[in-house]
Design a protein around this ligand. Structure first.
Ligand code: 5RP
Length: 249
C-alpha cells in the first residue's frame, strides 16, 4: 500500500469512529470538542445534525481551530464558567495504550484538551488504528512551556532522558510554534515509557512546564477500527463492537 492509500484508509477510519461517537450524543448535552483531524470529522458530522435540527447541544472547543470550525457549522458555543461540567468530550489521540493512557498534543492543544477532559464526565477517544500501541512512547511527548523558562525546562527534561526539541512553525520553520495560549511547545523523545505515572509526576515538578501530554486515567473509552469494524476499547475489558452499545459504553 502506498503512503497516500495508507493515509486515505486511516482517514476513513477516523470518519467511522467519529460517526460511531455521534450515535451516543443526546439532545441537550454539553460537549467538549477535541482538536486534530479525527476530532474535526466529529465536529463536521455533529454540525450536520445540528444544522438539520436533529440535535440541540452546546459545546466548548479545545482550540481556536476547532472553535472556528464549530462556529462555521452553527454549533452553539459556551465559554468556561464555574461549575460547568461537560456530559461528554470527544477527542483524538496521538497514542493510546491498553489502559487507555494517552499521549496527546501533536496538534499543540494539549493544555485546553486536558482542561476540558478533566471538566468532563466522560472522555471518549476516537482514533485511527495506528494510534493504538502496546506501550506509550514512540510518539514524542509534547509539553506546553512558558517561554521565559525554556532554557531551564530543556536542561531539566534532558537530565531525565527526554531529548527535548522545541517545536517550530510548519510554515516558517525558522520560527518557534506557539500554542493558542502563547506558550512554546517542546517535543520530548524519551523512547518507550514503562512508567508514565512516574514521568508525569516528574514533569509536574519542573517550573515552567504548564502541562504535559500524558493523559492518564482520563479517557473512559476509545473507538478504534479493527477488522473493518468500529470497536470499543476500555481499560481492563476485551474490545467489543461499538454497534452493540445503544448508549455510551
Ligand atoms: C491535538 C491532539 C490530537 O488529538 C492528536 O494530535 C491527534 O490528531 P489527529 O486526530 O489529527 O490524528 O492531541 O493536540
Amino acid at each position: 500500500m502506498t503512503p497516500t492509500q495508507d493515509k486515505a484508509l486511516l482517514d476513513q477510519e477516523k470518519q467511522l469512529t467519529a460517526q460511531a461517537a455521534l450515535r451516543w450524543v443526546r439532545d441537550g448535552m454539553l460537549l467538549g470538542l477535541g482538536t486534530g483531524s479525527t476530532a474535526a470529522h466529529f465536529i463536521r458530522q455533529l454540525g450536520e445534525v445540528v444544522q438539520a435540527g436533529k440535535l440541540r447541544v452546546q459545546a466548548t472547543a479545545t482550540s481556536v481551530a476547532s472553535e472556528n470550525l464549530a462556529r462555521e457549522l452553527g454549533i452553539p458555543l459556551i465559554e468556561p464558567r464555574r461549575g460547568l461540567r461537560y456530559n461528554l468530550t470527544v477527542d483524538g489521540a496521538d497514542e493510546l495504550d491498553p489502559q487507555l493512557n494517552l499521549i496527546k498534543g501533536g496538534g499543540g492543544a494539549l493544555l485546553r484538551e486536558k482542561i476540558i477532559a478533566t471538566a468532563s464526565d466522560y472522555m471518549l477517544v476516537i482514533a485511527d488504528s495506528s494510534k493504538a500501541v502496546a506501550q506509550l512512547g514512540q510518539f514524542p511527548l509534547p509539553l506546553e512551556v512558558v517561554a521565559f523558562a525554556l532554557p531551564w525546562v530543556l536542561d531539566a527534561v534532558a537530565a531525565i532522558g527526554g531529548n527535548p526539541v522545541v517545536r517550530t512553525n510548519k510554515k516558517e520553520p525558522e520560527k518557534y510554534a506557539y500554542s493558542d495560549q502563547g506558550n512554546l511547545l517542546v517535543d520530548c523523545h524519551f523512547g518507550r515509557l514503562p512508567d508514565p505515572v512516574v514521568l508525569a509526576r516528574q514533569l509536574k515538578t519542573i517550573p515552567g512546564i504548564v502541562e504535559h501530554g500524558l493523559f492518564l486515567g482520563l479517557a473512559r473509552a476509545a473507538l478504534i477500527v479493527r477488522d473493518g469494524q468500529v470497536q470499543v476499547l476500555r481499560a481492563g475489558s476485551a474490545p467489543k463492537p461499538a454497534a452493540d452499545f445503544a448508549e455510551l459504553p
